[in-house]
Ligand binder design. Structure first.
Ligand SMILES: Nc1nc2c(ncn2[C@@H]2O[C@H](COP(=O)(O)OP(=O)(O)OP(=O)(O)O)[C@@H](O)[C@H]2O)c(=O)[nH]1
Ligand SMILES: [Mg+2]
Length: 386
């Protein structure tokens, strides 16, 4: 088993429950099915495709609203996950406040702290400008400063905290997952599938990372765990051919959502980015409006390079929304503020760990509070400074 698969086996917590939701239907894995024609030649009609041998039964709808205790536990996870970023900001604030009054040197140092925390120059300058205007040469406490910081970060993130809307009715909603190597695409697909299934939606997965056998196996494990079919071909197959077959199967089976995994690719590898464009073209041949969602998965630990990834994937793949993963592994969570300011793209989900529970819809207030070191209850975690 690959390293990733091993990690995921550890991450899965509720296969039993998901299996029961599906009334025991096994995942159907379509393998070795070769397209008679390449995706760029005249594609075969849906009737010519061999479809998965079994398809998931309709799922009983479950409660869409998270229970209050679940919500609370997410806030605790978020706080714990963002601890490194929060510590970077709050310890920076503590170290620059050697005096209680807000003087010029302190404000300059504070601006540096915010820039180092990857919030971006615009946010850092605006936040210190506000403090200069409102509090210059006045006393200010640590809790008050954190509250102002949280407010400013929230204001910048609120416009991009947009939920992912699945268009109902007109055939499958196709989600294409893109991003650089190891950014968390496949894991995020697993987490999303689990969420969609719990909401009563029927989901199909496509193992579009045809480069590595381990990548296909990794997605199949998620498919089994969530009780959803996975369309796959042997490693080395053409990715756009696989995508074509998967969309055709999703239409024929009438699933609500098809999620297509893709191989990780660096944004400066032109031939790989061209391949992504081809996948998108081919998907659009089966359903004109697809892919409906192109999700770029960003690894928060990459810091400033994420800005370049958003720019290039945005241009080449028509990214419609972002997922930021691995916020738990970095002090650079502030990068989301810089990305929001520069691109204004919707941020749909954030990940703060490897388990299914560690992905949640992005909410600006919770994130801003966590970055500024404010606990879910609203109290600053440490009011002894400055
Ligand atoms: N700590 C942490 N780890 C994560 C998170 N999301 C994903 N991972 C881990 O990151 C590693 C890579 O995840 P994958 O989902 O395989 O990434 P990928 O983008 O599909 O990788 P490639 O297919 O190789 O490009 C795995 O070990 C995941 O468990 C997260 O939010 N936090
Ligand atoms: Mg992958």
């Amino acid at each position: 088993m690959s390293e990733n698969s091993g990690k995921e086996a550890k991450a899965g917590k509720k296969p039993g429950l998901l299996g029961r939701l599906f009334g025991g239907s096994a995942s159907a894995v379509q393998k070795g099915q070769e397209s008679a024609s390449g995706p760029d030649t005249a594609p075969a009609g849906p009737e010519s495709q061999s479809l998965p041998s079994s398809v998931s039964a309709p799922v009983a709808p479950s409660t869409p609203e998270p229970a209050p205790e679940l919500q609370k536990s997410w806030l605790a996870r978020l706080g714990a996950g963002l601890k490194k970023s929060s510590d970077q900001v709050t310890s920076g604030i503590t170290s620059v406040f050697t005096r209680r009054r807000l003087d010029r040197a302190t404000l300059d140092d504070l601006e540096d702290v915010l820039i180092q925390a990857d919030l971006g120059i615009e946010a850092a300058t605006a936040i210190t400008a506000r403090l200069r205007a409102e509090r210059y040469d006045k006393q200010i406490g640590g809790a008050e400063l954190r509250a102002i910081l949280a407010e400013e970060v929230r204001a910048r993130l609120e416009p991009v905290a947009v939920p992912l809307v699945i268009t109902p009715g007109n055939g499958p909603h196709v989600i294409l997952m893109v991003g650089v190597n190891g950014s968390g695409k496949t894991t995020t697909i697993g987490k999303l599938t689990s969420k969609f299934v719990a909401e009563g939606k029927s989901v199909m997965l496509a193992a579009g990372d045809t480069f590595r056998a381990a990548a296909i196996e990794q997605l199949e494990i998620w498919g089994q765990r969530c009780g959803v079919p996975v369309i796959a071909k042997p490693a080395g197959s053409d990715a756009s051919g696989l995508a074509f077959d998967a969309v055709t199967a999703a239409v024929a089976e009438g699933v609500d959502i098809l999620i297509i995994d893709t191989a990780g690719r660096l944004q400066n590898r032109h031939e790989l980015m061209d391949e992504l464009e081809k996948i998108i073209r081919v998907v659009g041949r089966v359903i004109k409006t697809a892919p409906h969602t192109v999700l770029l998965t960003l690894d928060a630990t990459t810091g400033q390079n994420a800005l370049n990834q958003v720019e290039i994937f945005g241009k080449k793949a028509g990214v419609t929304g972002l997922v930021m993963t691995k916020l738990d592994g970095t002090a650079r969570g502030g990068i989301l503020v810089a990305i929001a300011a520069k691109f204004g793209l919707p941020v749909h989900f954030i990940g703060v760990g490897e388990t299914i529970e560690d992905l949640a819809p992005f909410t600006a207030g919770d994130f801003a509070g966590a970055i500024a070191g404010i606990t879910p209850e609203g109290a600053a975690k440490d009011d002894t400074t400055p």
